[in-house]
Design a protein around this ligand. Structure first.
Ligand SMILES: Nc1ncnc2c1ncn2[C@@H]1O[C@H](COP(=O)(O)OP(=O)(O)OP(=O)(O)O)[C@@H](O)[C@H]1O
Ligand SMILES: [Mg+2]
Length: 480
């Protein structure tokens, strides 16, 4: 039973908009209440209290839909399969149903390999070529593509240009992502503010670094990736492991800054996350708990404990709850789990109990209702592609970035220049004064053949750097 004090007039009609002030969080949220049965009472302990006692199980809280251009994502009976080398199809994600609302954070959690990244890829429309999916993925209740700038995806693996500094990487990105109507100084300011928000001001001028050259730490690189993706302030943000490599304090600050933006700007956030601290866990509105590609639980993050205990899985109260329930549904390591009445049960059995219980629970029915409500209402139409820098500006910025990158990468030009100079001097010494007679034709031919084949092999030397550039290109072209 939760008590909500609110500024409601005594005879306010159902489904009328009211302001609720949740006493424990001190946040003010606009919600719509559907058919709620309330019991007004005068507390015997506090006679002056004329509050309304509301059982939160009875109310369906529904954030206002997308009048301001927010994005709701729903997925219904989503299956993703992948074909292996022998052509057999393996199920990665099995019959998932869920939703993500504007102004809310949906956390996707589960053991490694349970399908978190696959779910995010499917929702963002980035599944690989060998994967197939069935089921409905709807944006604001309609099948539609996400236009440029409306969504961003921070992938699990960073693809950053190792030779650039943090400010350069973010500023170059700002230059070609933000519209031409913004001046250079405005773009720089946005880049700097975003860097500050992610707590990277101390390493602004440090090179990112990568293979062979040490630069930023893993956690700092992660935050640079987030900076680049949130520059355009997208309405829908996918974050795949945004806190990996960060300590618990940094994870909390990063996630709280992201969630502050989400509350301020009505952004929809879907984050796959490993092992959040209890403070980070409290920032999540909804939780989608997966195991072996199936939903173990979908619903309010704060009600997860209740779900586990109601199914007979009780764990110590003074421990991080996410540690406990992730341990219960991890099938990679054999360990029997204590189950209320039956004693110890195997992990597979635990998952079966939880999945069956979730499928027959009220939470599941509520999720289905929410999905159909969102589909029915639809919501505001998606803004058409946001404006970004013109083609000419993009070419200019990318050429500049590429030149800076190549000039700083020793292997690109400088090493080759040194080899060419050495080779030219050696060949010049060997073939010095070769003459112009008929007998010089053969050595000249040999020299030309040698140079041609040498240049061909040297060109292959640029291939590793080209592969790195292609990775950056692939990620950036997906966001455009
Ligand atoms: N394109 C693919 N080809 C083959 N197998 C794949 C492919 N994509 C995903 N898988 C398999 O699907 C399963 C789920 O992968 P996914 O990357 O979604 O896991 P995850 O939950 O994100 O794990 P982690 O927490 O380790 O990132 C894994 O067993 C993976 O090997
Ligand atoms: Mg993953």
């Amino acid at each position: 039973m939760s008590t909500l004090q609110h500024s409601m007039e005594p005879n306010v009609g159902a489904s009328q908009l009211i302001n609720l002030d949740s006493s424990d969080s001190h946040t003010e949220t606009k919600i719509k209440i559907h058919s709620v049965e309330v019991e007004t009472s005068t507390s015997p302990i506090l006679p002056e209290f004329h509050g309304v006692m509301v059982d939160h199980e009875d109310i369906r809280v529904e954030p206002l839909l997308n009048d301001d251009g927010g994005i709701s994502v729903t997925w219904e009976d989503l299956w993703v399969t992948v074909s292996d080398i022998k052509g057999r199809r393996k199920r990665i994600v099995q019959g998932l149903t869920g939703y993500a609302h504007p102004g809310e954070v949906l956390a996707v959690m589960g053991p490694s390999g349970c399908g978190k990244t696959t779910l995010l890829d499917a929702l963002a429309g980035r599944l690989g070529a060998n994967t197939r999916h069935t089921g409905d993925i709807l944006i604001n209740g309609r099948k539609q593509a996400l236009a440029y700038g409306t969504s961003a995806y921070v992938t699990q693996d960073e693809t950053l240009i190792a030779t650039l500094t943090v400010i350069e990487a973010v500023y170059y990105s700002a230059q070609f992502q933000l519209p031409n109507s913004m001046s250079k100084s405005e773009k720089k300011e946005i880049a700097e503010i975003t860097i500050q928000e992610m707590g990277l001001h101390d390493c602004m001028n440090t090179r990112i670094g990568g293979w062979g050259t040490k630069g930023l730490s893993g956690g700092q690189r992660r935050r640079v990736s987030i900076c680049i993706e949130i520059l355009t302030r997208p309405k829908l943000l996918f974050l795949d492991e945004p806190t990996s490599g960060l300590d618990s304090a940094a994870s909390y600050y990063v996630m709280s800054r992201i969630t502050q933006l989400e509350q301020r700007e009505g952004r929809t956030i879907i984050a796959a996350i490993h092992q959040p601290s209890s403070e980070v866990f409290e920032l999540f509105d909804n939780l989608c708990l997966l195991s072996l590609g199936r939903v173990v639980y979908f619903g309010p993050a704060s009600a997860t404990n209740e779900f586990f205990t109601s199914n007979g899985f009780i764990y110590p109260t003074l421990r991080n709850p996410s540690d406990q329930f992730l341990r219960m549904i991890n099938t990679d390591f054999n360990e029997d789990i204590e189950h209320g009445s039956t004693g110890k049960v195997a992990k597979e059995e635990v998952i079966n109990i939880l999945v069956t219980s979730y499928n027959s629970s009220d939470s599941h029915q509520r999720v289905k209702r929410q999905v159909s409500d969102i589909c029915r209402k639809g919501g505001g139409s998606l803004e058409t592609s946001r404006s970004h820098a013109s083609f000419f500006t993009q070419c200019l910025v990318l050429t500049k970035r590429s030149s800076v990158n190549m000039s700083r990468d020793v292997g690109y030009y400088w090493l080759r220049l040194a080899i060419y100079v050495t080779l030219a001097v050696s060949l010049g010494t060997l073939y010095y004064d070769v003459g112009t007679s008929y007998s010089s034709i053969q050595p000249r031919g040999a020299l030309l053949m040698f140079i041609a084949s040498f240049l061909t092999f040297m060109a292959i030397g640029g291939f590793p750097s080209f592969v790195e550039d292609m990775k950056v290109f692939e990620v950036e072209s997906c966001s455009v």
